[in-house]
Design a protein around this ligand. Structure first.
Ligand code: SF4
Length: 243
C-alpha cells in the first residue's frame, strides 16, 4: 500500500520541481499547461481569476475547452463599467463556464475606509487593497493555485514572470505569459469570440471605471490604466515579499 502524501508534502515537492515544470511549460501550448496544472498538479485546488476585460475571453475560452467546471473568480470591485458586468454574463453563457463566482469587497470594510466612494482619487493603493486584494485573498483561501491571463509583454514588471510562479505559499499560473497582442487577436478571430464592448472605443485594458481610460500609447495596451500615475499594478499581482 502506498504512503499517502500530505498536501504540505506535495507543495514542498513542487517547490523543488518548479523550475523543471517551467522548462516544460515554456514549450507547451497554453491549453496543455492549464490541463496539466488543473488535473495533475492542483486537482480541484486551482481557480481562474478573470476581470472579464479586453483580452480575458482568450484564457476563459481555453479553460472552457479544457474543463468548464474549473472555478472562475470574477472580482466585482463595485467600480466596474456596466459593460464589463454585462460582458461577464454573456461570455459565461457563450463559453459554457459552469462555475463563475462573483467576489467583492465587504460592506463593512467599505464603510470603514471608503464611505463616500472617493478613495480611488485620494489613495488608489488603499482603494485597491480594500476592493481587490482583501476580497481576492479571502476567495483564494481554498485554493493552492490561481491562474491569470497576464503576459510578459504587458509591463516591465511582468517581463520576467515565470509561467508557474511561487506566490507566498501558493502558486500563480500564467499560461499566456508568452503570448503577444497579435496572438491574442488571432485567437479571438479564429474562434469568433465576443469582444468586450469598450474595445471598439479605444479601451485595450479594462479595469475599474475611475482608473481606466482609452490607451494613451497604442503600442502599450496598459497605458490607459492609472494613466498619469506611477501605479501599474493593483496589488493583487505584487508579492508580499516585495518585488
Ligand atoms: S483600480 Fe481604481 S477604483 Fe479599482 S480598486 Fe483600484 S484604485 Fe479602486
Amino acid at each position: 500500500m502506498g504512503v499517502k502524501r500530505t498536501k504540505a508534502d506535495q507543495m514542498a515537492t513542487l517547490i523543488d520541481e518548479a523550475s523543471a515544470i517551467n522548462e516544460r511549460y515554456e514549450k507547451a501550448k497554453a491549453e496543455d499547461i492549464i490541463a496539466h496544472a488543473a488535473h495533475e498538479l492542483f486537482p480541484r485546488r486551482m481557480a481562474i481569476v478573470s476581470s472579464f476585460g479586453a483580452e480575458s475571453a482568450v484564457l476563459l475560452h481555453l479553460v472552457a475547452s479544457v474543463d468548464p467546471s474549473i472555478p472562475v473568480l470574477f472580482l466585482d470591485t463595485l467600480k466596474l463599467f456596466g459593460e464589463t458586468v454585462r460582458y461577464r454574463s454573456r461570455l459565461q453563457h457563450v463559453l459554457g463556464l459552469e462555475d463563475v463566482r462573483v467576489i467583492g469587497p465587504r460592506k463593512r470594510d467599505l464603510e470603514a475606509v471608503d464611505p463616500d466612494g472617493t478613495l480611488s482619487m485620494r489613495d488608489p493603493d488603499a482603494c485597491c487593497d480594500v476592493r481587490k486584494t482583501e476580497p481576492l485573498s479571502r476567495a483564494l483561501a481554498g485554493f493552492d493555485c490561481w491562474a491569470t491571463g497576464r503576459k510578459r509583454h504587458q509591463t516591465t514588471f511582468r517581463g520576467e514572470m515565470p509561467i508557474l510562479e511561487d506566490d507566498d505559499g501558493a502558486y500563480k499560473l500564467n499560461p499566456l505569459a508568452n503570448w503577444t497582442r497579435d496572438d491574442v487577436w488571432a485567437h479571438f478571430e479564429r474562434h469568433n469570440l465576443p469582444m468586450h464592448p469598450l474595445v471598439k472605443d479605444g479601451f485595450h485594458s479594462i479595469g475599474c471605471m475611475p482608473c481606466t481610460s482609452k490607451v494613451v500609447d497604442e503600442s502599450d495596451s496598459r497605458s490607459g490604466r492609472w494613466a498619469g500615475q506611477a501605479k501599474t499594478e493593483c496589488g493583487i499581482h505584487i508579492k508580499k515579499t516585495g518585488d
